[in-house]
Design a protein around this ligand. Structure first.
Ligand code: GLY
Length: 372
């Protein structure tokens, strides 16, 4: 009999799981309290940048990110084909800019271990950097270039995922408001407070991002997932003056094909508040003007915020609960939800099919690890 899966959360992780599961023959219902892609997923800058965003060591999180980056070329094509929608996927590569001689040694040691994991990075001096990005600040003394990093236009990607799911017959229920999980042992039953409807499945996949942390009393376990607000802004730059994703220690700047330049992002704690603050945006304006002086004379035309789902140890909650044979978690992806969406979908689908998850250290991502 076809297995029925309820996916809690219509963000990039929930929709990706739904897409992969439906492709593999499961009957899938997505339960979304608000609107699909209405939270962190739609707010993301869409960087697929495991090397630039993981600079310390090749820990299991980095390796998960890398595996997902490698899945992206094929994955994004499958989403485009199934949805009939196009979205930007740009293999621009990235530059991590340095300002001080003292940074060079750190960059060299980063390069050493990252090249062992396929980065093929290149250390650029000031002249080489300026050839690639002519408008970068004169104070920049060089950069580490990662040719294999890319980015997507996140709102377009999430919209295409949703459309792909709908076309394939995933049942998507939005606007459910508060949700009660009535049963989660031996099958799953979820009731929507606002529509008073009940949804039943054999398995429940919890993919509701920062909101997973509110479910401790339901599952009787510690779920240290917290919202970290990311404030972000965009400039109108129709002549596309920045060619790569450009990172520095303070943040990143990425030019989109639609002529906007996206600059991110703050990390602040504000509960579930997605308000944009003048202070948060001023901080972005301050450092991005130091990276690209032409931005100093401009004002962003759009400012917004999203809630990243951070976890206590920085690793996502990914896998099945031992305390139930009907619940899986796919939450807590922090800064890398867009990047990690294909690998997460593959892991969840493999686990549901009882297949091996090809060398991933899933014990370190065990959703019950904080309760043992
Ligand atoms: N991955 C970029 C960010 O979270 O701001």
């Amino acid at each position: 009999m076809t297995q029925r899966v309820l996916v809690l959360g219509g963000g990039v992780i929930g929709l990706s799981c739904a897409f992969e599961l439906k492709n593999r023959g499961f009957a899938v219902t997505v339960l979304e309290q608000g609107k699909c892609g209405g939270q962190a997923s739609g707010a993301a800058a869409g960087m697929l940048a495991p090397y630039s965003e993981n600079v310390e060591e090749p820990d299991p999180f980095f390796r998960l990110c890398l595996q997902s980056l490698r899945l992206y070329p094929e994955w994004q094509l499958a989403v485009k084909e199934a949805s009939g929608l196009d979205f930007e996927y740009s293999a621009t590569g990235s530059l991590y800019v340095m300002y001080h001689e003292a940074d060079v040694l750190a960059m060299k040691s980063r390069k050493l271990w990252q090249d062992e994991y396929g980065a093929a990075s290149e250390l650029l001096d000031a002249a080489e950097l300026r050839k690639l990005e002519p408008l970068v600040a004169s104070e920049a003394i060089g950069a580490l270039r990662y040719p294999g990093e890319s980015h997507v236009y996140a709102p377009g990607y999430v919209k295409a995922l949703e459309e792909a799911c709908r076309r394939m017959g995933v049942d998507i229920r939005e606007g459910l408001g508060g949700i009660d999980i009535v049963r989660w042992h031996d099958g799953a039953e979820v009731r929507s407070a606002s529509t008073a409807q009940t949804y039943r499945g054999d398995t429940l996949v919890v993919a509701n991002g920062a909101w997973a942390g509110l479910m401790e009393s339901i599952f009787g376990m510690t779920i240290p997932v917290y919202p970290i607000r990311g404030q972000i802004c965009a400039y109108e730059t129709p002549d596309m003056p920045v060619r790569h994703m450009v990172f520095c220690s303070q943040g990143y700047v990425v030019g989109k094909r639609n002529g906007t330049l996206v600059c991110g992002a703050s990390e602040d704690i504000a509960g579930f508040d997605t308000t944009v603050t003048r202070r948060g945006i001023a901080r972005l304006e301050n450092w991005n003007g130091k990276l690209f002086p032409f931005l100093g004379g401009m004002r962003p035309f759009h400012e917004w915020a999203g809630l990243r789902p951070a976890t206590q140890d920085g690793f996502p909650l990914l896998g099945a609960l031992a305390r139930s044979n009907s619940v899986m978690f796919a939450a807590g992806h922090y800064r890398n939800g867009i990047l990690l969406s294909p690998v997460t979908a593959h892991v969840i689908a493999d686990l549901l099919e009882g297949r091996s998850t090809s060398g991933l250290p899933l014990d370190l991502f065990n959703p019950e690890r904080f309760s043992q």
